[in-house]
Ligand binder design. Structure first.
Ligand SMILES: O=C(O)[C@@H](O)[C@@H](O)[C@H](O)[C@H](O)CO
Ligand SMILES: [Fe+2]
Length: 358
């Protein structure tokens, strides 16, 4: 397991790389150009700037999260081809600076969706919260106001540019079924996977968060059967998945450890975090400890260890603790605590294996 830490870039992240470097076992950053709109080709000078910053702390930049997919590609519009060509050029440029994994998602309009960014937990910390009834009754506009308007920080997938023409987007998706979205994803992958393969890059799709339709929009990367279907769309070692235990774990029917066992060789990148699911279908993000949530983090890390996982892992989100002012879900302290929990499990399993082999 190769531990990495998401960093939003100089001037866009309060957490300095000097602090990231001090988290035990963190080898690299998970980065992106957050000021380049989805669909545009990434400028090499901006890519090199991130590399230079990371090089100063001897942190690698092998994992990008995300090169976002333009809505026209998800909608299957004729204009998608221009954006796909830009995507290919970006893949080629990222390969030149040593990138090995590109994370992306194929969620229409919204990325992760929550109804509250700072829901108090009983320990006095706060966390990202999803209230099912509210999510099913709120208008998309209200949700954007509540979420995007409620944070001084840019949030992945909540970029204003993406959400600027919300009603046009909803109109455009009116006649897009799940099967249509599958076809558009297949078209996209058939175009970019050969380029990724030539450049020794894994394209690792991130599952839908939450793993079900919101606002009537189609969502397709939601469970084991759909991940199996995704991997078969283009049978290539470059067509892979970012297995996110927190996103998929919001549905109690998703057994993440089973998915690790089934898809191990097609998971180059693991997001390992916990959520607590309530009876009524609400969920809240918790500490990484198995005991604090509904996801069996121990069993998931054990499944990665049993499969000899040598990919990248990150703690994904954390709670907001110690009064830290941070990007929602992306504080330093609880993600660092989460990393130490994941190392604790991994190192104990490693030691037990070595003892057994003596
Ligand atoms: O929840 C998060 O912050 C991330 O795991 C996702 O936003 C993820 O970065 C994107 O969906 C991947 O494209
Ligand atoms: Fe994730």
């Amino acid at each position: 397991m190769r531990m990495v830490f998401r960093w939003y870039g100089e001037g866009n992240d309060r957490i300095p790389l000097s602090h990231v470097k001090q988290i035990p076992g963190v080898e690299g950053i998970v980065w992106a150009l957050h000021d380049v709109e989805a669909g545009e080709e990434w400028p090499m000078e901006k890519i090199l700037k991130v590399k230079e910053q990371a090089d100063r702390y001897r942190l690698h930049i092998e994992v990008v999260e995300s090169v976002n997919v333009h809505e026209d590609i998800k909608l299957g519009l004729p204009t998608r081809d221009r954006y796909i060509e830009n995507y290919k050029r970006t893949i080629e440029k990222l390969a030149q600076v040593g990138v090995k994994v590109i994370c992306y998602n194929f969620m229409p309009v919204f990325d992760w969706t929550r109804t509250d960014l700072y829901k108090p937990l009983e320990d006095g910390s706060t966390a990202l919260f999803y209230e099912k009834e509210k999510a099913e009754t709120m208008s998309p506009e209200d949700l954007v106001d509540k979420i995007a308007g409620n944070s001084d920080f840019t949030m992945p997938g909540w970029e204003a540019a993406r959400l600027k023409h919300l009603s046009d987007l909803f109109q455009a998706y009116k006649n897009v079924s799940e099967e249509d979205l599958w076809n558009h994803l297949q078209y996209f992958l058939e175009e970019i996977i050969p380029v990724a393969e030539e450049n020794d890059i894994k394209m690792a799709i991130h599952p839908d968060d939450p793993p079900w339709s919101i606002f009537g929009l189609p969502r397709i990367i939601t469970n084991k059967e759909n991940i199996r279907r995704l991997l078969n769309l283009v049978d290539s070692p470059s067509n892979t998945v970012t297995l996110c235990s927190g996103s998929l774990g919001a549905n109690p029917n998703n057994n993440i450890a089973e998915m690790v066992n089934e898809f191990a060789d097609r998971i180059p990148f693991a997001h390992i975090r916990n959520v607590k699911i309530y009876e009524n279908g609400d969920f809240i993000e918790t500490s990484h400890r198995t005991a604090d949530g509904s996801v069996d983090i121990y069993r998931i890390v054990k499944a990665y260890h049993d499969n000899g996982f040598t990919g990248y892992a990150r703690p994904d989100h954390g709670r907001h603790i110690f009064d830290e002012e941070c990007r929602p879900g992306y504080g330093l302290y609880d993600r660092a605590l989460g990393i130490m929990y994941l190392w604790g499990i991994w190192d104990a399993l490693e030691r037990a294996k070595q003892e057994e082999e003596k």
